[in-house]
Design a protein around this ligand. Structure first.
Ligand SMILES: NC(=O)c1ccc[n+]([C@@H]2O[C@H](COP(=O)([O-])OP(=O)(O)OC[C@H]3O[C@@H](n4cnc5c(N)ncnc54)[C@H](O)[C@@H]3O)[C@@H](O)[C@H]2O)c1
Length: 451
């Protein structure tokens, strides 16, 4: 099939590349000329494991191309995916200016029957707005052309995006036309070879499914973070509790790790947008409001623990003179994405408290510079370099290389052996055995809380 994917970001580039990998002819479109020029020269704008090889192969074999010319791409394609960003507007609702802008462009340039697919995460009712935007342009041109609008929300996870796209848990198609639903089924059939996991439903339910999924996952995270905080106050061990509840098949083990709060380009904005959608219907989504509040509080926990350890001496910058080494900047491992990363809140707070911050991240340093500039120092190569003469190590993102580090080396480099772990990577008993003061989440610390 001939497809164009408009918006060549984390979702559009992965989707376009995977569709090309299954034999389709795909044109990826973006307004960002530098990004498109780079992609034409084999430069991948994001870090996503396995993506580079697939882009290179499919480009070389002529199935995948990149352009800024939306008009030509739409004319050549039966299906146009809209995969542009839907950032939160000032009031928290999803800002649809990019989606509707693209819809108008499609209406301006289409010449025959088109299937227009909303892949961006968009609130219930957006397909109707897209339809109106396209129809408005056709009316303006005085032409009568058929088109269908489909909702096909994306569920891939950054860091495992290729696998998620190629072997999805499910593909949701919201369509109001059987012929179009069949074409979408055919497009996705290469990814459904073992079992059919394609679910066809009405458009509004498909739009809601994406928000419900993300809101549910965010709720699990905030719930577990509160359980962890309570465990810590009561000298219970959240790791044991996690095992205890995860073994219940109704609960399961996924998404039960406490941490420094959820971040990324999806959970924070989708939770906000769903609260706003509810509000617009006159419904108070109390639960989600709490999920959000808990998350905001959780992001502040690690700096408070650090402050508690070094002692709040009442000075305006009580951590002045202290150097905190940070492992992990991206909002989760295996991505360079810094959008809404908890590291932003944590590091900003440490700086506000007067600390000097040195950070290591294997992939996110370039993105992190956009947030912190020269206010902190960075390393992307050696995770130990930043530890020399630092007063403590704080772990924010659970990259694999932090899971089993050389503790002797850490101890030799730090001024004192103290670790604040926002991801519970190590066992407190072992940390105590090897002489570290170790503060994690929902487990009894092995050090004294105030110096
Ligand atoms: N990132 C994820 O993990 C993920 C997962 C599922 C769903 N989503 C949703 O998918 C959508 C896209 O997210 P993303 O992370 O890929 O965003 P992104 O910011 O990485 O990419 C969006 C791209 O669209 C381009 N763009 C903006 N306006 C355009 C226009 N008029 N024409 C052509 N290109 C244009 C931008 O230049 C950018 O390259 C969002 O709605 C998001 O919520 C994201």
């Amino acid at each position: 099939m001939r497809i164009c994917v408009i918006g060549t970001g984390y979702v559009g580039l992965v989707a376009g590349t995977c569709f090309a990998e299954s034999g389709n002819n795909v044109i990826c479109v973006d307004v960002d000329e530098a990004k498109i020029e780079g992609l034409r020269n084999g430069v991948i704008p994001i870090y996503e494991p396995g993506l580079k090889e697939l882009v290179h192969r499919n480009s070389a074999e002529g199935r995948l191309s990149f352009t800024t010319d939306l008009a030509a791409a739409v004319k050549e394609s039966l299906i146009s995916f809209i995969a542009v960003g839907t950032p939160p507007g000032e009031d928290g609702s999803a800002d649809l200016k990019h989606v509707l802008g693209v819809a108008r462009e499609i209406g301006r340039h289409m010449e025959g029957f088109k299937i227009i697919v909303d892949k961006s995460t968009v609130p219930v009712g957006t397909a109707d707005k897209v339809r109106q935007a396209v129809q408005g342009e056709l009316d303006r041109r005085g032409v009568s052309l058929e088109f269908d609008v489909v909702s096909n929300p994306e569920f891939l996870k950054e860091g495992a995006a290729i696998d998620d796209f190629m072997k999805p848990d499910r593909v949701v198609i919201g369509a109001d036309n059987v012929r179009t639903a069949e074409i979408m089924k055919e497009l996705y059939s290469p990814f459904m070879r073992k079992t059919n996991r394609l679910i066809v439903m009405d458009i509004r339910s498909a739009e809601m499914t994406k928000y419900a999924a993300n809101a549910m996952l965010a709720t699990r995270i905030s719930f577990m973070n509160q359980i962890a905080n309570l465990c810590e106050l009561m000298n219970a061990d959240v790791s044991a509790v996690r095992e205890g509840i995860g073994s219940d098949s109704r609960i399961g083990y996924d998404f039960l790790f406490p941490g420094v709060g959820y971040g990324g380009s999806c959970f924070p904005k989708d939770v906000k947008a769903l609260i706003k959608t509810a509000e617009e219907c006159g419904y108070d989504f109390l639960l989600l409001k709490s999920v959000e509040q808990v998350n905001e509080r959780q992001k502040r926990l690690l700096p408070e623990k650090i402050l508690g350890y070094f002692g709040n001496n009442g000075a305006s910058r009580p951590l002045a003179g202290k150097t905190i080494a940070v492992w992990g900047l991206s909002f989760k491992p295996r991505t360079d994405d810094m959008r809404e990363a908890p590291s932003i809140v944590i590091i900003e707070r440490l700086l506000e408290l007067g600390a000097t911050v040195r950070a290591h991240d294997p992939e996110a340093v370039r993105e992190a510079r956009k947030f912190f500039g020269d206010r902190i120092t960075y390393s992307s190569s050696n995770q130990y370099d930043i530890l020399a003469e630092a007063d403590a190590l704080a772990i924010i993102t659970e990259w694999n290389e932090y899971r089993n580090p050389d503790f002797e080396r850490i101890r030799a480099l730090l001024r004192q052996p103290v670790i604040f772990d926002g991801r519970n990577l190590y066992k407190p008993a072992r940390m105590q055995e090897i002489g570290f003061e170790y503060f994690s989440l929902g487990r009894t610390p092995t050090g004294s809380v105030e110096k």
